[in-house]
Ligand binder design. Structure first.
Ligand code: ATP
Length: 274
């Protein structure tokens, strides 16, 4: 069964994770760059609390799709429903305000700044005091700063990076930088967390840690997670549902088992050595 055919009622996945209603519904999305068709007539939905993977060979359109969700690219055709309302054209900062956060394939952190300060940048959108209040260190600004610092410390504990809280990010090994990047996105307290190749460049142990954190985020905070990942083992282990793209078209959509047994997917992707 194509999972996009399901109605919007809440359901439970084979993994036993609770799945809420459809939070984001992408309908007939097409995106072109000049003559290049990056995405062609793609429809799928994302349910609250699920781990949803987008997979496909190189150039399939995965990053483009993430950028559509994030408001970086505006599709020429199709519409995006957010909690049942058609989403208007919007910019990435507006997506962030709506509770959509993302991590990047090439980590986008301030390398000279400490782990704590980098994660704190994720709180910027939530700061209510104006610059004047902050500059004069007035009462409300002070209280707000303390509350944000507490939230950041919670995230540091959650991600088990207490020992490197003061370390400049640039001095950390790659796997830990990825974890800090995840912390920065988590600091936004997102409803939907977009992860662009969260395991890329990691060794086996680092991948296991990242998998554990992703599942813990899902279980403890109920965050909806959308991820692009090339490591098939990881995708099949942690995802509730998987959408498969190839040459900008959707060729599969369903549970890991359904996708694994989909002949189109086997031909286009799993069989091609990716
Ligand atoms: N900004 C852009 N300008 C022009 N073409 C683009 C742009 N972004 C993506 N494309 C093209 O759109 C197609 C899909 O690319 P995309 O990066 O979305 O694929 P992908 O599945 O994420 O690939 P990879 O796994 O290699 O990262 C490719 O043909 C790519 O060259």
């Amino acid at each position: 069964m194509d999972m996009t055919d399901m109605n919007s009622a809440a359901t439970t996945t084979p993994s036993g994770r609770r799945q809420g209603e459809v939070i984001l519904d992408l309908q007939n999305i097409s995106l072109r760059f000049g003559g290049v068709k990056a995405l062609t007539d793609i429809s799928f939905n994302i349910r609250e609390h699920e781990v949803r993977a987008i997979i496909g060979p190189n150039g399939a359109g995965k990053s483009s799709m993430l950028n559509v969700i994030n408001g970086v690219y505006h599709p020429q055709e199709g519409r995006i429903m957010f909690r049942g309302q058609q989403r208007q054209k919007m910019e990435p900062h507006m997506a962030a305000q709506q509770g959509i956060a993302r991590t990047f394939q090439n980590i986008a952190l301030f390398k000279g700044m400490s782990v704590l300060d980098n994660i704190m940048t994720g709180r910027n959108l939530k700061m209510k005091c104006n610059l004047f209040q902050q500059a004069l260190w007035l009462g409300p600004a002070l209280r707000e700063e303390i509350a944000h610092r507490e939230k950041v410390e919670e995230i540091v504990d959650f991600l088990e990076i207490q020992h490197i809280r003061k370390t400049p990010v640039g001095a950390l090994p790659y796997g830990l930088q990825k974890r800090v990047d995840l912390g920065r996105a988590l600091a936004m307290e997102p409803q939907i967390l977009l992860l662009d190749e969260p395991m890329a460049g990691m060794n086996v142990e680092e991948k296991q840690d990242m998998c554990r954190f992703i599942l813990d985020i899902s279980d403890q905070f109920g965050t909806t997670i959308v991820l692009i990942e090339h490591d098939m083992g990881v995708v099949m282990d942690i995802s509730d549902r998987v959408v498969v793209l190839d040459y900008g078209k959707k060729i599969g959509d369903g549970t890991p088992d359904e996708v694994r047994n989909n002949q189109d997917v086997i031909n286009a992707y799993l069989g091609s050595g990716h």
